[in-house]
Ligand binder design. Sequence first.
Ligand code: 5AD
Ligand code: SF4
Length: 476
Amino acid sequence: MVDKHLRSSDGPTGAVDMTPYISVCRAHTESLRAARGAAPQCFVLTFGCQQNVADSEKLAGMAVDIGYEITDAPEQADLILVNTCAIREHAEKRALSIVGQYKHLKEKNPSLVIGVCGCMVAQEHRCEQLKRSYPYVSFVIPTSVIYRFPQYLAETVTKGKRVFRAEEEHTVAEGLPIRRESSYRAFVSIMYGCNNFCSYCIVPYVRGRERSRAPEDVIREVKTLVQAGYSDITLLGQNVNSYGKDLEEPCSFASLLRRLDGIEGDYILHFMTSHPKDATRELIDVMAQSRHVAHSFHLPLQSGSDRILSRMNRHYDRAKYLDILDYMREQIPGIAVTSDVIVGFPGESEADFEDTLSMLRRARFDMIYSFIYSPRKGTPAAAMEDQIPREVQNARFDRLLALQNEISGEANALLVGSVQRVLSEGKSKNDAETYTGRTAQNKIVFFKEPCPAGEWVSVHIDRAEAFALHGTVITK
Ligand code: 5AD
Ligand code: SF4
């Protein structure tokens, strides 16, 4: 892990001043350091999406700022922060199971402080569950108030209080310290929350309403990153296409992207996620003319059936989706398009599912993330009557994957013989003899020639599979 410590802006705006709590936390870590002659350790575990990865980098940044060192070993930690996800039941179960395993660490080290953060604890029933059944958890920090971490830690260590406030704030906290995981790839949140209320989705309930960061703050952060040598920057938001609508001086996502593209340097810009109902031709035009914006687009389809899309409250149909898809392929030949698809949504008939398969054949995505529908407490879809049996969901999921593997394999095969610019990620985790990297379109490439992480190389693509390309480095 690289200990880069950047500030996302000049100082906290739009949020409560944490300075007094930061002082209390620093005094606490100082006393721990004095008692044992070494810095206290903090372990941060992250579940879920890239927004959560970005939030964890802020939690780790704040922890370092108040005197902790970051460790990879939970058993050595004085402070454990578990950043949770609520998007599907499986993610919540895994987080709860891990928190359960930390009980024995608390028994061994009674001064250990455990905090549970993120989307799961923005739900009242989960807060109650943690409060009741996990007495060794000291505080929870719902996603929209992560900047309050020093406050909750201070209240825990000075008053011995457990802090379980399911607070939600519609604020944008600037100026939080960030401890980035990578020295070449960075995530930059440009907005928080979601207004869309897709009928299956918990996000609007746990991340609150849309609020955008000021364009100046985003531009300043990206400029700082480029100057610090970051070469792959991903702009994050639940629906980046509605960026800026809530600002006093509205600024579209397309115009933000155009301004960011003006920053000089050798870097590539990605963004996610887009909503098909809001993706504009103007945005595609900006991408086509840009110097730095990657020729890749993640455009969640969710379903290929107009009837199901309507029940999902998605506000587009097949025709509208294909209209924007065809436009981007026309304007940006070779653009890689990826998508999200949910199978087994309540009421999905065999014919609806066939519509999804036919959309996959027509859209020919480079890759999809596919999900089995998971009912989320409090969402309209969870209360729909015609839930689909698990066996039917599983069978459809397998059919979806089989078809998409074929399509992904064919899409990747078209790249065999081409030369791709690849950002190296260093040695492969599974094979010491192999290096990995990603193309500008975010496709994984394996090659044998040693190349340090963070370097761009030109790779001749020799062979393709559904999930990866294999090649030979021709120039560094
Ligand atoms: N069940 C299954 N998948 C879901 N997603 C969101 N909510 C659910 C749910 N309840 C998927 C959507 C979204 C992606 C991030 O997660 O496809 O685009
Ligand atoms: Fe969830 Fe829909 Fe918002 Fe995406 S756009 S976060 S799927 S509610």
